[in-house]
Design a protein. Structure first.
Ligand code: MG
Length: 229
């Protein structure tokens, strides 16, 4: 692919490489921000003893948290309890603000898989979630951006060393993609390449040194990352 797809469209070069001969990078490094949504699946809110929030619960991850497919998740020294979270990531395609629900499709570039890694112990003790959810390598993205996708009912799965841990569907989201983008855009101007994480289904758990987590989303593919201490 040539150029910057957000500004010049997708231009194929015609050159083909075998997947095993290349290293995939994260398909996007957000210009300004990753907006996460907490507790957007009722079963997940319940499993951690939380209520479903009355409105989408937002947090930020910095763009320095992004890594690509296969890159190691470096477990931070300040946490003994890092959790995986399989999520559908929305990639914004146009600068926008206060987007009405019926125009949200116009500002979405596409979708990819994300792992919203969370230092669960620090999330509880810090009060703010910045460190717990924003540490370096806490946002694997990939393997690519799917630009044509109906997100109403997609399987969202997660496997730890091959064992299925999360098995949900985007149909279980309390707020859907359009509602989330519209809501987030009331607070933030969204830039091309910004990401919105739509929340994780139940089944979250801890990942430790040497283990690998795979996020699989129907219609997109599989994002796989090892963890290292
Ligand atoms: Mg999450």
């Amino acid at each position: 692919m040539n150029g910057d797809p957000f500004y010049s469209g997708i231009q194929l070069t015609g050159v083909r490489h075998k997947l095993e001969d290349v290293r995939l990078l994260a398909p996007v490094i957000p210009r300004s921000k990753i907006v996460g949504i907490g507790r957007n699946f009722a079963e997940h809110a319940k499993e951690l003893g939380n209520e479903v929030p009355p409105a989408p619960l937002m947090f930020l991850k910095p763009n320095t948290s992004v890594i690509g497919p296969g890159d190691p998740i470096v477990l931070p020294s300040f946490s003994e309890a890092v959790s995986f979270e399989s999520e559908l990531a929305v990639v914004i395609g146009r600068i926008c603000k206060d987007v009405p629900i019926e125009r949200v499709d116009d500002v979405i570039f596409g979708y990819t898989c994300a792992n919203d890694l969370t230092a669960r112990d620090v999330q509880k003790t810090d009060n703010q979630w910045a460190r717990a959810k924003g540490f370096d390598t806490s946002c694997p993205l990939g393997p690519w951006i799917e630009t044509e996708l109906d997100t109403e009912d997609l399987a969202v799965r997660g496997r730890l060393d091959g064992e299925i841990k999360q098995d949900g569907s985007t149909s279980q989201m309390i707020w859907g993609v359009r509602e989330l983008v519209a809501y987030v855009s009331q607070a933030f101007t969204l830039l091309p390449g910004d990401i919105i994480l739509t929340g994780t289904p139940s089944g979250v758990g801890l990942i430790s040194d040497g283990q690998r987590y795979e996020v699989e989303i129907e219609g997109i593919g599989t994002l796989s990352n090892p963890a290292r201490r």
